[in-house]
Design a protein around this ligand. Structure first.
Ligand code: PLP
Ligand code: COI
Length: 341
C-alpha cells in the first residue's frame, strides 16, 4: 500500500473522500456489531428525526504521522466522553467508550494511505457522528440511530495557516443560557451559519460570541475556544456553561502549567479585559492554535500587541509544545497518544 498522490502541503480544510468509513445502527434498544463500509452515502426516510428536528451530534479529532513514522490519535477517549455527554443531552443512546475508540481505530487503520506524512502540515481529520434515523413527526426523540465515522485529510482551518486572524464580535448568539452550547450538537453550528457567512462577507475570519445571558463576557468562536496571554505570561481561558469544553484547550492548559511552567487561569473573561492581553489565540482540533491579531466590536478595534504578521511568543511556545506532543517529538503525558496498528 502506498500513500495517496495528494499534494499534502497545499490542501485546505475541505472534504476529500477516503476509502472506508464505519457504520453501526441502534435499534430495539441495542447497538449492532457495526463495521466498515465503502458506501459514503446515507439513505433516510423523508421524516427521519435528524432531518426534521436536527437530532444529530458529532465529534472531531485527528490522526498524525509521528516523527518516527507511527500513526497516532490524540486523546480520543475525551472525544468518546464528550460524545456521551452530547448524546445524553439530546436524548440519544450512549455509544460505549470502547466501541467509539474501536471505531476510530478501524477507520484510521483502513485509511492509512490518507494519513498525511510527518512534516507536511496536513493531518487526517476524523469525524464521528450520530443521528436519529426513524420517522418522527411529533416532537420526540427517534428510537433508531446510526453512528458513523469518516476520515478526510485536511490542511489548516484558516487559509493563512499560522497568520493572525481578524475576528469580530457577533451580533448573534451561538448558544442560549441553559441551552446546548456545551455539547457538540449540529444545531449549534446551524445557528452560527448566518453569522459566519456575514462575517466573511464583511472581511472577518471568525466571530467572537459573547455570553448569551449578559453579552459582557467572552465565550468562544463558532468552532474554537479562546486563549489569552497577560503581560506577565499568565494563560487565561474563558469559563462558561455555554462554551464547548475543548479538548485542545484542556490540553493547552496542562501543557502551559506542566511543560512550560506558566500560570493558568480558567475563569470568566469580561470583554473589557481584552485590551489588557498581549496575545490571543483560537484553539481547537481544526484550528490547532491560530493566533488572533485584531478583535473588532462595532467601532472599537482591539489590536493585540503581538501584531498581524506572526504568532506571539507565548502562543508559539504553546503551539510548538502541543504539536510536538502530537507529532511524537516531545514526550506526551501518560494516556494522551493512542497508536493505530
Ligand atoms: N468550540 C467549538 C464550538 C467547536 O466546534 C470546537 C471543535 O471541536 C472547539 C471549541 C474545540 O474543541 P476541541 O479542541 O475538542 O476540538
Ligand atoms: C473541530 O475542531 O473538530 C470542529 O469540530 C470545529 C469545526 C469548525 C470543524
Amino acid at each position: 500500500m502506498a500513500k495517496k498522490d495528494i499534494d499534502w502541503s497545499n490542501i485546505g480544510f475541505s472534504y476529500i473522500k477516503t476509502e472506508k468509513r464505519y457504520v453501526a445502527n441502534f435499534k430495539d434498544g441495542a447497538w449492532d456489531e457495526g463495521g466498515l463500509t465503502e458506501d459514503s452515502n446515507i439513505v433516510l426516510n423523508e421524516c427521519a428525526c435528524v432531518l426534521q428536528y436536527a437530532q444529530t451530534i458529532f465529534e472531531g479529532l485527528k490522526a498524525y504521522t509521528t516523527v518516527d513514522g507511527k500513526i497516532v490519535t490524540f486523546r480520543p477517549d475525551l472525544n468518546a466522553e464528550r460524545m456521551i455527554e452530547s448524546a445524553k443531552r439530546l436524548e440519544m443512546p450512549v455509544l460505549p467508550k470502547e466501541r467509539f475508540l474501536d471505531a476510530i481505530d478501524q477507520v484510521v487503520s483502513a485509511n492509512k494511505d490518507y494519513v498525511p506524512p510527518y512534516g507536511s502540515g496536513a493531518t487526517l481529520y476524523i469525524r464521528p457522528y450520530m443521528f436519529g434515523t426513524n420517522s418522527v413527526i411529533g416532537v420526540k426523540p427517534a428510537s433508531d440511530y446510526q453512528f458513523r465515522v469518516f476520515a478526510t485529510p485536511v490542511g489548516p482551518y484558516f487559509k493563512g495557516g499560522a497568520k493572525p486572524v481578524v475576528i469580530r464580535v457577533s451580533d448573534f448568539d451561538r448558544a442560549a443560557p441553559h441551552g446546548t452550547g456545551h455539547i457538540k450538537a449540529g444545531l449549534n453550528y446551524a445557528m452560527s451559519l448566518h453569522a459566519i457567512v456575514t462575517a466573511h462577507k464583511d472581511g472577518y475570519d471568525e466571530n467572537m460570541y459573547l455570553d448569551p445571558g449578559t453579552r459582557t463576557k467572552v465565550e468562544e468562536t463558532g468552532g474554537a475556544n479562546f486563549i489569552f496571554v497577560t503581560k506577565d505570561k499568565t494563560i487565561v481561558t474563558p469559563k462558561s456553561d455555554s462554551i464547548l469544553p475543548s479538548i485542545t484547550r484542556r490540553s493547552i492548559m496542562y501543557v502551559a502549567e506542566h511543560y512550560l511552567g506558566l500560570h493558568v487561569e480558567h475563569r470568566e473573561v469580561p470583554f473589557t479585559e481584552l485590551k489588557e492581553f498581549t496575545e490571543a489565540g483560537l484553539c481547537g482540533t481544526a484550528a490547532v492554535i491560530s493566533p488572533v491579531g485584531k478583535i473588532v466590536n462595532g467601532d472599537e478595534e482591539i489590536c493585540l500587541p503581538s501584531g498581524m504578521d506572526e504568532m506571539g511568543p507565548t502562543i508559539k511556545e504553546l503551539y510548538d509544545t502541543l504539536t510536538g506532543i502530537q507529532n511524537g517529538i516531545i514526550k506526551a503525558p501518560e494516556g494522551w497518544i493512542r497508536e493505530i496498528k
